[in-house]
Design a binder for this molecule. Structure first.
Ligand SMILES: Nc1nc2c(c(=O)[nH]1)N[C@H]1C(S)=C(S)[C@@H](COP(=O)(O)OP(=O)(O)OC[C@H]3O[C@@H](n4cnc5c(=O)[nH]c(N)nc54)[C@H](O)[C@@H]3O)O[C@H]1N2
Ligand SMILES: Nc1nc2c(c(=O)[nH]1)N[C@H]1C(S)=C(S)[C@@H](COP(=O)(O)OP(=O)(O)OC[C@H]3O[C@@H](n4cnc5c(=O)[nH]c(N)nc54)[C@H](O)[C@@H]3O)O[C@H]1N2
Ligand code: SF4
Ligand SMILES: [Mo]
Length: 677
């Protein structure tokens, strides 16, 4: 039986390589590639069941046209010709009238394959002149914060943590979200490394660590300042190193002067001695690695938190050592090396978290642009994943909005579409896999033919480009997928030297040619000059849902990725992936539950000015008092009220309007539902 190699498309740092066994056109087995350095023969609890998703009876197999009210899920099959003809007419009309920006492209990371995620779609919307979004919902705040310190935000190769003696897992739940890094951490541990988790929640990862510091949400800047205070007071810093490599030490030192361990202890809600221990350990037990992803960035003060964290390895010189430094997303290595279609920086764009506001604000007012007449959604499920969900749904319900959704399933978003187009899955199309948890590039070969009439995103946008007369002369809109892979690899960047489609066909995966001794932050990437590392003053702020009144909503809601069998919204629609109780639950700290007379299993309402969710209370002390937690990723359709946690979350952006949303700075109250009668 043929075995075809491919790689996982999910928006997950691990980008595993897999092998698919095919029998009579059907994928019958999927396993992790044994030779891939991080997959090591194992996938994960979600993707172990990916074949059920691929062959699921609910897969979309033909284009659909809506036949009932928006959201009702009533659709009838139509042909590709009808679907593309109608879409070309409806998108073409505003364009012909000089309003191409009345059409909005809304897409994210449903697949992070280079071709199917963006290359052709981006070229299409660029040629069209549509409004795009700042694709900042995930990781960009962290990246900008790292750039504030490092100039170019390259971090260490995360796999180097195996050489570390101290590993700080700072606001990342490795065992849930980045599972394939854990064996590297275990290897370091066997060689004597200490693992410290810094997280307001006692996560599974915190329980597996040597030390867990359960600080108050959003108090990380105070912790960093106190660490700096201790390092300075105890003379644990190498002043020669600081003078040679950094600027801004005096300002950082001044802002740390008042943040004694005792002051920070009050601020962070942890012991002053723990802070002293952490500072001494981090500075002296070397090499010291900090691993962080996106948890803390989803706050108003997220950029400052990640800027503070990024300063530590710059200050101590940890980033000059093998196994030391800042291990963050590695996506920038791929973005730097691969060739992509040119983009006009002046094309209108809005922040992804503003979708509800953009769709519901009358024309011209907040947006300064013509009203949004059409929305094209691909690789994204905004009805579930965007904050301020009630407003998003109000926008999607607009009768005068023409919505196209390219999807594998009839998601909560697809239910609001006028036309739904069926997309292939990773098993059915060709793609090139980048990674944001390591430096291995991979090739995904299609293992089976497209199911039904499903088409790859690339082919859909090529056909649309042809229908709208946009394709001619544009290689990104005319070449087939194989040629596009060659084009993407042909950037001439030294990190891709000798890497071509043939090599990838033979090997399935290959490490970018980043020199093994590249010290991110100190060594400049090819073509650039090293810059001094930028320290500077840091500002402490508290999490706040500014538009809401703290007296009415005294609890802070956190909606992290806590289900091991979910990947964002991609499995929340399938009962087999939801927990056995199959209820969206809210977890309160015992103190908060007692104050409100709430007992486990009781129906409660989680409420703020943006929304209200009725759900079942769970009592637990994994979060700090004052925090409530709910899992992210459930489909609205899997809840009794057809709403998920983002009905409550805060869409606020950082002060400069760029970056992710303040998802976790969401103030709520939880109240018992009165017994009936
Ligand atoms: N409350 C709260 N909200 C959050 C977060 C949180 O932690 N809490 N996290 C945020 C973060 S970090 C992220 S990254 C976003 C994720 O937001 P999204 O990127 O929207 O999430 P996904 O559920 O991974 O993918 C969306 C859709 O892509 C579809 N898809 C997959 N492959 C393909 C394909 O090849 N073609 C097409 N056409 N479609 C495909 C899937 O079926 C899925 O429905 O959510 C954000 N929202
Ligand atoms: N199983 C599973 N894996 C996933 C995903 C998934 O949905 N499910 N999604 C993928 C995606 S798109 C992403 S972006 C990554 C995200 O990967 P992570 O960043 O690891 O995950 P998050 O759940 O967003 O947040 C991590 C931790 O940050 C903590 N945190 C929140 N606020 C603060 C704070 O102020 N300070 C500190 N120190 N910690 C804080 C949370 O309590 C949480 O435990 O995971 C990827 N992997
Ligand atoms: S979701 Fe992540 S851990 Fe699971 S197979 Fe895909 S890349 Fe690997
Ligand atoms: Mo993400």
């Amino acid at each position: 039986m043929p075995v075809i190699r491919g790689s996982c498309h999910h928006d997950c740092p691990d980008t595993c390589v897999w092998e698919v066994t095919v029998e009579r056109g059907r994928a019958i087995a999927l396993r992790g590639a044994a030779d891939h350095p991080t997959t090591r023969g194992r996938l994960c609890p979600k993707v172990n069941r990916l074949l059920d998703r691929v062959h699921h009876p609910d897969r979309l197999l033909t284009p659909l046209r809506r036949t009932g009210p928006k959201g009702s899920g009533a659709f009838a099959p139509i042909s590709w010709d009808e679907a593309l003809g109608e879409i070309a007419d409806r998108l073409g009309a505003p364009r012909a009238a000089g309003r191409p920006e009345a059409v909005v492209q809304y897409s994210f990371a449903g697949t992070q394959g280079v071709l199917q995620m963006g290359v052709v779609a981006e070229a299409f919307f660029e040629a069209f002149g549509a409004t795009g979004t700042h694709r900042h919902l995930c990781g960009v705040t962290a990246s900008r914060a790292a750039a504030d310190v490092l100039g170019v935000p390259f971090g260490m190769d995360p796999l180097e943590v195996r050489h570390a003696r101290t590993i700080l897992l700072w606001g990342t739940d490795t065992l849930i979200t980045n599972r394939h890094l854990w064996p590297e951490i275990e290897q370091a541990r066997r060689q004597g490394a200490l693992v410290v988790v810094i997280d307001p929640v006692r996560t599974a990862t915190a329980e597996a660590a040597d030390v867990a510091l359960q600080l108050r949400p959003g108090s990380d800047v105070a912790l960093v300042l106190a660490m700096v205070h201790v390092l300075d007071a105890e003379d644990l810093l190498d002043r020669t190193w600081i003078d040679r490599h950094t600027t801004g030490w005096d300002a950082l030192r001044a802002s740390a002067s008042a943040m004694t361990p005792d002051a920070a202890a009050r601020h962070c809600g942890i012991e002053a001695d723990q802070i002293r221990w952490l500072a001494r350990t981090y500075a002296t037990r070397r090499p010291a690695a900090i691993r962080t992803l996106v948890g803390p960035e989803h706050r108003r003060g997220g950029r400052e938190i990640l800027r503070a964290i990024s300063m530590l390895p710059a200050l101590t010189g940890a980033l000059g050592e093998l196994g030391g430094g800042l291990a963050r997303s590695t996506q920038i290595y791929f973005d730097t090396a691969l060739a992509v279609p040119p983009q006009d920086p002046n094309r209108p764009r809005f922040a992804m978290s503003r979708l509800g506001e953009q769709l519901t604000t009358p024309a011209g007012r907040a947006t300064g642009r013509p009203p949004i007449e059409a929305l094209v959604v691909h690789n994204c499920n905004p009805a579930v994943i965007v904050p301020d969900q009630n407003r998003v749904i109000a926008g999607l319900e607009r009768e005068d909005l023409f919505t196209v959704v390219i999807e594998q399933f009839l998601t909560d978003t697809a239910r609001y579409a006028d036309i739904v187009l069926p997309a292939t899955t990773q098993l059915e199309h060709l793609d090139l896999g980048l990674a944001w948890g390591h430096l291995y590039l991979s090739l995904n070969l299609p293992a089976i033919a497209p199911r039904g009439q499903a088409l790859p995103n690339t082919e859909i946008f090529r056909r649309l480009a042809a229908a709208l007369g946009l394709a001619e002369g544009n290689p990104w809109l005319t070449e087939d997928d194989e040629s596009l892979i060659r084009r993407v690899l042909a950037s001439g960047h030294p990190w891709l030297e000798g890497i071509d489609l043939e090599l990838l066909r033979e090997r399935a995966w290959v490490r970018l040619r980043v020199p093994e001794d590249f010290r991110a932050g100190l060594d400049a990437p090819p073509g650039a000059r090293p810059q001094p590392l930028r320290l500077g003053a840091l500002t402490v702020s508290a999490p706040a849902d500014v538009t809401r009144s703290p007296e009415r909503y005294p609890l802070l809601l956190q909606t992290r990725k806590q289900h091991i069998a979910f990947l964002n919204s991609q499995y929340g629609g399938f009962a087999a992936h939801r927990p056995p109780h199959d209820q969206l639950r809210v977890t309160l700290h015992p103190q908060d539950a007692e104050q409100r007379g709430i007992v486990a299993g009781q129906q409660v309402q989680v409420v703020n000015d943006r929304g209200c969710l009725t759900c079942v209370a769970e009592i637990g002390d994994r979060g700090r008092p004052g925090m409530v937690t709910m899992p992210f990723g459930w489909w609205n359709a899997a809840t009794p009220e057809n709403r998920g946690v983002n009905a409550l979350t805060n869409p606020e952006l950082p002060p400069d309007g760029l970056g992710s949303a303040a998802f976790h700075d969401t103030a709520v109250e939880v109240r018992p539902v009165e017994p009936p009668g």
